[in-house]
Design a binder for this molecule. Sequence first.
Ligand code: BDR
Ligand code: CA
Length: 309
Amino acid sequence: MTSKIKMIVDCDPGHDDAMAIVVAARHADLLGVTTVAGNAPLSSTTRNARIVLDLIGSELPVHSGANRPLVAPPHDASHVHGKSGLDGADLPEPSRGPDSENAVEFIIETCRATEGVWLVPIGPLTNIALALRAAPDLGSRIAGISLMGGGTFGNVSAAAEFNLWADPEAADIVFRYGGKLMMSGLDVTHQLQSTPERLAAIRAIPGQLPNVLADLLAFYSKSYINHHLNMTGAAVHDPCAVLSLTHPQLFTISPHRVDIELRGEHTRGMTMIDRRQYKTPTAPNCEVVWNVDASPAFDVLIEAISHFA
Ligand code: BDR
Ligand code: CA
């Protein structure tokens, strides 16, 4: 039996973050969850992370972290996730508050104490950048960083995706940290959609967790269906950062040089991916995840929900 990948999920739940937590708890050795301000203010993302863990019966700790980006002014994504960050379902009260308010310390201590941890940031990269800056040894201790963010197009602007746009200076630190880096950007995450058939499959599973997740995904899908041509459900972005580690056979991935645009008037927060076909390419710093076999990947999500139902 191969051992499970150890990971810390750093998140801002967020409808798709909730799905990522569920699948990480099912298929990885999840060591803890850290939270960051992003889709909603920090108090809401922390509360939401606890609720999701409670719904799957997990006692894993939730440590809250940065309540704002390093430099950029704070912006949430309430236009997509609602005011609470998890609008659309009747959620239970969380069983407890955060286990600490020091996510950065938790990340550093856990990665120093345990060999080969993957950091899986699926919100703005503030906590991860602060950890790398405070503990430069972390870069060579962790197995790597698998993040959701970036891509060849944006969703906040034509060029920039929300997680990297929300804290570009933090993203710049992460993309230059020098260790293994995997990026699941919008190119791949828009392929993993919560279509009506998939939503119905979740709703058909008896229990509180599937019911809540189906309500959440139905709410989340509305804004995607309303705003996009050719989308029949929301892009379930964040699980891609987990699944590309736990189920790499479902993805196509290639190494590239990726830099974060910090100054462009129209491009701040953009991932500049070097795709030139040179015989001597620029040294890659990032494994870019391009495509997913969406049906089997979504089946993994459905099975994870059934498992905890
Ligand atoms: C990313 O932004 C958030 O709204 C989602 O949770 C995801 O992490 C997609 O751009
Ligand atoms: Ca997120």
